[in-house]
Ligand binder design. Structure first.
Ligand code: SF4
Length: 390
């Protein structure tokens, strides 16, 4: 089996200034003292992993996600990063990612994040249309979003990324081709290096889920969603941002997310903080989801694992196939053979011919590459394959 890629480190910051009605992440509000206590506990969790053997050492990416990591003070982020570098074997030159909300972006905060070594800043813009932002319960307006991107670009990060959401209910700008195109246009005019565009998902247990259940929120029908997906990919490709994954678009190869790639390629990763997931190549586990439960375990000197599973070869192979079909680089046939003993070609010759004839998939050497139409139906495609042992 080939050596796995270098591992990534994920740090979950569970605070937001308010919780958006569509959000199903492990997040909550919390004042300065609550955040300071969280930071102390996160430092303690880092200590619980100090000196861990490979594959969960020598991290070459560090990702502050959430939640809203930008709501921590720069000195709090610095202490976490220093501890991770000193105790977890983060390699020199590791790429640091930070998610930020537009309302936390100021020239001072940007300078502080740059000084910490943040290379990629992801801004949770979501939309440039006032009605979309109001519907999504966001705390910034379009002008603030624009200013935050401009300031971030001027601050000199290697990659500035804008997160957007589309597929909102009918009647809202991001629920119609014309309205969504206006937001995409506003985004590319700002010339960030990277864009992430997600379709709205209404999750059970969220305020949106409750509204849907009582008939007060109607999700955009699947056909309209699919139309917006195709529009997104065509618009951004024309604007110089080809998709490299179903939801991710980069102006150049070096701006593709090196951290997310670890999830897509089954590289090991260690996740710290409430709800964070980890993977060592075979086993996946996850931390206590709520801040209180996570804190109690860490305070007791325990790793705060809430559950886990060991993945069988077939399960890993199916995941690798699905993740490959969601990326423009496609499925690495040699890796499937060598890591999971699956010969995809032998067992699916007829299916591959049909998918190629339908313009969904093409074979390029040792790769199966989805077309834009194939990317749109990647999950369905994966289910059609037989995963026979090599
Ligand atoms: S800002 Fe992001 S993480 Fe926070 S509540 Fe809203 S969607 Fe969730």
């Amino acid at each position: 089996m080939p050596a796995p890629a270098a591992p990534g480190l994920y740090l979950h910051v569970p605070f937001c200034s308010a919780v958006c009605p569509y959000c199903d992440f492990a997040v909550r509000t919390g004042g300065r003292e609550r955040r300071a206590r969280f930071v102390a506990r996160l430092l303690a969790e880092i200590e619980l992993w100090a000196g861990a053997p490979p594959p969960l050492s020598a991290f070459d990416t560090v990702y502050f996600g959430g939640g809203t990591p930008s709501c921590l003070l720069p000195e709090e982020l610095a202490r976490i990063l220093d501890a991770a570098r000193a105790r977890l074997g983060v390699v020199p030159g590791a790429r640091v990612f930070l998610e930020a909300n537009p309302e936390d972006v100021t020239p001072e905060s940007l300078a502080a994040w740059r000084a910490l070594g943040v290379a990629t800043l992801s801004l949770g813009v979501q939309s440039f249309a006032a009605e979309d932002l109001a519907f999504l319960g966001r705390r910034h307006d379009a002008g603030e979003a624009r200013r935050s991107v401009e300031l971030a670009l001027a601050a000199g990060f290697e990659t500035v990324s804008i997160d957007l959401i589309y597929g909102l209910p009918d009647g809202l700008p991001a629920g119609s081709p014309a309205g969504w195109r206006r937001t995409l246009d506003a985004a590319v005019r700002l010339a960030p290096q990277h864009l992430s565009c997600y379709q709205l998902t209404v999750h059970d247990g969220t305020p949106f889920g409750a509204r849907r259940d009582r008939g007060a929120l109607r999700e955009l029908p699947g056909e309209a969603q699919a139309g917006l997906f195709v529009l997104t990919h065509a618009f951004l490709a024309d604007a110089g941002y080809p998709a490299y994954e179903v939801s991710n678009f980069a102006r150049a190869h070096e701006h593709r997310s090196r951290h997310n790639r670890k999830y897509w390629e089954h590289a090991p990763y260690l996740g710290l903080g409430p709800s964070a997931h980890s993977f060592d190549g075979r086993r996946r586990w996850w931390n206590e989801r709520t801040l209180d439960a996570w804190e109690r375990r860490v305070a007791a000197g325990e790793r705060p694992e809430a559950g886990g599973e060991t993945l069988e070869r077939e399960e890993l192979a199916l995941e690798a196939l699905l993740l490959g079909l969601r990326r423009a680089e496609g499925v690495d046939l040699a890796a499937l053979r060598e890591r999971y003993a699956v010969d995809l070609l032998a067992a699916n010759a007829g299916l591959l011919e049909r998918l190629a004839a339908d313009g969904l998939l093409a074979r390029r050497g040792e790769r199966l590459v989805p077309s834009p139409a194939g990317l749109a139906v990647a999950d369905g495609l994966a289910a059609a394959f037989v995963l026979a042992p090599a």
